[in-house]
Design a protein around this ligand. Sequence first.
Ligand code: HEC
Ligand SMILES: [Cu+2]
Length: 495
Amino acid sequence: MRFSLDAGARWAALALLGLSSIACGGAQKSKPTGAAPKAIAPVDEPIVGEEVAQLTAPPFVPPAITRKHATKVKVHLEVREFTAPIADGVDYTFWTFGGTVPGSFIRVREGDLVEFTLANHPDNKLPHNIDLHAVTGQGGGASASFVAPGHSATFSFRCLNRGLFIYHCATAPVGMHIANGMYGLILVEPREGLPKVDQEYYVCQGDFYTDGKHGQAGFQPFSMQKALDENPDYVLFNGRVGALTGDNAIVARVGETVRLYVGNGGPNLVSSFHVIGEIFDVVRAEGGDLVNNNVQTTLVPPGGAAVVEFEINTPADYILVDHAIFRTFNKGALGILRVTGRPEVDVYTGTQREGIYHPEGGAVQAVPAPDGVAATEVPTQRTKEERLALGQRLYESVCFACHQKNGQGLPPAFPPLAKSDYLMADSDRAIRTVIAGLQGEIVVNGKKYVGVMPAQALSDDDVANVLTYVRNAWGNSSDAVTRDDVARVRAALGH
Ligand code: HEC
Ligand SMILES: [Cu+2]
């Protein structure tokens, strides 16, 4: 949350350094007006020694480069095609760089000479290649790296520009290769390095197009028509629903600084990248030199990237989203940064007080019925059928947003109510859940959920109706919940 002077000042100082070298008329290659000046052109820096790049699978990032010189870096990346879950119960055939979506993270330094080998595994069915946006040269390396299954190709390039860059397959049909997961990030660190942070993670958004609708079980082939229509069934961080939630959440502690390398493989959608409950102290816009401060949401276009940094001031589950928000709650673009540590009440208190709200100085106003008929007393006794009908209406206006239309929930964020052992085991507990809310870890049908269900401001009659409905819908079956049951539980809670 705090403005990071350190980062801003450091980059400003670097810009000045570059400017003074121009003023002295150094051996500077001519650059387009406004281009970031550099003390020595990267291509003039001597290459000292060689090393093999250490690649990492998402969400991890190789360690920062501490070298003070340019070197020759050998990168070996293998293309693998395989079928794996894109969501629980849904399989998809992915094409990958290094066996993951996004592909392996590559970290090199400005001025480095990269000797890049692309290998196409003999079990694969298709030719592939790679276009790295960090490359200056024909096709970003695409034609030089085009390889059939069982072959490999090597080419070299010089890292002339620092920044965070997407790489992707550029084999026809290009859109399909990208849609199947063929993209990742390469970081060209500035010569002097990036400011030190405590945690670094790798997050890449992508949109996916399947024959079946979102969540439809079984094997789902790629849908060319939906890709052409730019109408994805899945919008994901790191290639799978739940790649960054539950046990896969990324983590940090209060007091630490976090840097996210955020990419967007597309193929079609622009990401409105946002972290719920946090503000980016620093955004390295578009992955380049431009530093913006105090940003809520940053745009990451397909084939683009951004670096976001923030200090963590208080514990929470910070939620990574594409703020085109249906993509988050209905198409999968949801990740969690789980922060532990001591709550900092000077920063955030949580709920301090809760009470009944009486407008107009406490008088409860009778709302006139719309057709002029006097409002009638809510009957204590209703038939189960009445409660089912009223409860369904309430469910479909309030609860469905999280628990979904047919009570199936939305793992891992929202537990199911349909055939929920947790719901059916204890009706008083269900009443407490609705009137007082619920948080912390629970287990529903053998699966862990750690979420927050907000308290629902509903009358006793409404709670009875909605719980009668959910405890008798979608394969659940039990007696009606009565208004007296709710009143008794509410009294025990002191609400
Ligand atoms: C804003 C999202 C949200 C809304 C709206 C919501 N819930 Fe929940 N609900 C949750 C979450 C999250 C949990 C799990 C809480 C936890 O992990 O401790 C939960 C848990 C439950 C549970 C216990 C777990 C289970 O699966 O049996 C019941 C019962 C429940 N909700 C009923 C309802 C009913 C009825 C409504 C509508 C009146 C409703 N909820 C509205 C988010 C929501
Ligand atoms: Cu490919």
